[in-house]
Design a protein around this ligand. Structure first.
Ligand SMILES: [Zn+2]
Ligand SMILES: [Zn+2]
Length: 344
């Protein structure tokens, strides 16, 4: 399967010549539910992990006081997703069918009770595995061709999951760990990615509005420049050219590598490497959705519009604190330096 981002409605350099040098390539991953193996690029799939290498754990702390609701086991969350899918399929076949069968009701009641909290060391969960043959990986260390991203499925006191990155050469992994440990519970269902296969696609991005200088922002707001470019900004319900820029022309929504940092929650700020001070660059964006109402112009041509039961805009079922992204940045000077994560 391929997914194709529709061409942007205009060449943005026609609005301002200052934008031309700011073009950057990003690679949209286009995750879709599937059954990846350890030899595939994936979200939430099995990792090519050496059998003789210890699995990574998070030592915490994992304070229960700040958690919302009760934790669930990965098995329970998978069962919940299966029950949801069966109910949806049943209702699609016959809209008079019961929304819940008696055994499903019993499962929902068990599920609502949750499972005991776990404070102890927690095995990390696979989040993404990206082979360089499939996905360009910015700042990839020499001699490696595989990136593995994992996280601790706890919010660490109302912040966000803590991520860990591993770079490998796939050829050096001969004996693959076949049953990695799993956390007994995760703090939020949205911290358990649904396994997805990927269909990467390169696209061009420009900085978000607040990362542009004042002159460029003024040029983008200038109606006469849009007219001269033969372009309209008043599509898709945008209230002004800046809103159109944000939703349609700057950074792509969804899971991706490279590109520009998306600043939604906070103003842009420097991301100096904690080890050497070099400005870190975007490596991997972990997203709660592939698009929403404001960014539906990035919906791939192959995908149906949302509001269907099989809405493809949330393929991984990852949810970062109610719809945010977690953007992992790396040091271009050295792969040994710690990465930064930004929630936006
Ligand atoms: Zn943790
Ligand atoms: Zn550094």
């Amino acid at each position: 399967m391929r997914f194709t981002t529709p061409p942007r409605p205009l060449d943005v350099t026609a609005l301002s010549h200052r934008l031309a040098p700011l073009a950057r390539t990003a690679t949209r991953l286009h995750p879709r539910p599937g059954s990846p193996t350890a030899h595939d690029s994936s979200i939430g799939g099995p990792l090519l992990w050496p059998a003789d290498e210890p699995w990574p754990y998070c030592a915490g702390p994992h304070p229960q006081e700040e958690a919302d609701g009760v934790p669930h086991s990965p098995e329970d969350i998978r069962e919940l997703r299966r029950v949801h899918a069966m109910a949806e399929a049943r209702l699609l076949r016959d809209h008079h069918a019961p929304a819940r069968l008696p055994e499903e009701q019993a499962f929902y009641e068990r599920y609502a009770a949750g499972r005991p909290w776990c404070e102890g060391p927690v095995p990390l969960l696979p989040v993404a595995q990206l082979y360089a043959r499939d996905v360009p990986l910015p700042a990839r260390p020499a001699g490696t061709d595989l990136l593995q991203a994992l996280w601790c499925p706890y919010g660490h006191g109302a912040s966000e999951p803590r991520t860990a990155l591993f770079w490998r050469s796939a050829a050096t992994v001969t004996d693959v760990l076949d049953a990695p440990p799993e956390p007994t519970v995760v703090e939020e269902d949205g911290y358990l990615p649904r396994p997805c296969v990927l269909a990467p696609e390169e696209i061009t991005e420009y900085p978000g509005l607040r990362q542009l200088d004042q002159e460029t922002q003024a040029e983008l707001a200038d109606e006469s420049r849009w007219q001269a470019a033969g372009a309209r900004w008043d599509e898709d319900g945008a209230l002004d050219p800046h809103e159109y820029w944000s939703g349609r022309l700057s950074t792509a929504p969804g899971w991706k590598t490279g590109g520009w940092t998306t600043w939604d929650l906070t103003d842009p700020e420097p991301r100096p490497c904690p080890a050497c001070g070099t400005e870190q660059i975007p490596l991997l964006t972990i997203a709660s959705s592939e698009w929403d109402d404001a960014t539906e112009g990035w919906r791939p041509a192959e995908d149906p519009a949302h509001d269907r039961p099989d809405d493809p805009s949330e393929p991984t079922l990852v949810d970062i604190r109610g719809g945010y992204t977690l953007q992992l940045h790396v040091c271009p000077a050295s792969p040994d330096h710690p990465h930064l994560q930004i929630m936006e």
